[in-house]
Design a protein around this ligand. Sequence first.
Ligand code: SF4
Length: 287
Amino acid sequence: MGEGSASTRSTPTSRLATVTKGVPASLDLGGMCDPAMRPLDTIERKTLLYRSGLGFHCINHVLGCSHGCRYPCYALLMARHHGRVRHSVDWGRPRIVGNALALLERELTRKRVLPSDVHLCLTTDPFMVGHPEVETMSLAIIERLNRSGIRCSLLTKGQLPEELADRGRFPCDNTHGISLVSLDEGFRRSWEPGAAPYAERIEALRRLHDAGRRTRVHIEPYPTPGVVVQDLSAILAEVAFVDHIYFSGWNYNPRVPRDDAAEAFYRSQSHIVQAFCSQRGIECQIG
Ligand code: SF4
């Protein structure tokens, strides 16, 4: 599934009157999304499972990401900083870790204490649009982790596969998450051009919820009205079925200065999220 296969079904966005402002030239990472969607090159790594600086265990079995987020993408900034990729075009041509499953097997066998939870992914997307080999490997990793009793927390701007509902294959109480900061497809095309249309992300998440699986929405980085004029309540209404909502503002972008006005805006939006969650018994976390 690629950008060109965007759903023609009516989307929840059509009910919203929104105004999307253009992407500044300084942030235009054109060329990040590879429309040809060639088979991915592979790389080899020496290690896979690690504890991140944020305190939880992660697996990133792909270097790069074709979603081309222009917030900008913090993972891209870090990869450039550490010399793992040269530029955004390089980042937009992801390379899969060919020995990921062998590494995982070895690391799980050798660890004396296994982590209770592992997050996929911190620096790439486990269900990258248009790259079925990434999805296949992600599912195999989740299956292997679950076989050792390790829960997975998943986060994507793609579509969560229906297979994740299969409790025989994925017996742990995994958490299935999507990133969602708007319902406006104009905003998505400007800021997350290679990611899945919002309606498709929501639909895939809802399917897993309906199958009894735990679901989560990350509303981050939430744009200010200077970037897009939209109604947060409408976004919340579309995902009212989830178990957990995380909300946070937008950093690393000069168009969203964290001044008094932005702080006041984020305070007011946080209150909306908290009230929504509390009325519905949804777990709420404000970043
Ligand atoms: S989906 Fe995540 S990793 Fe991929 S480009 Fe967007 S922010 Fe970066």
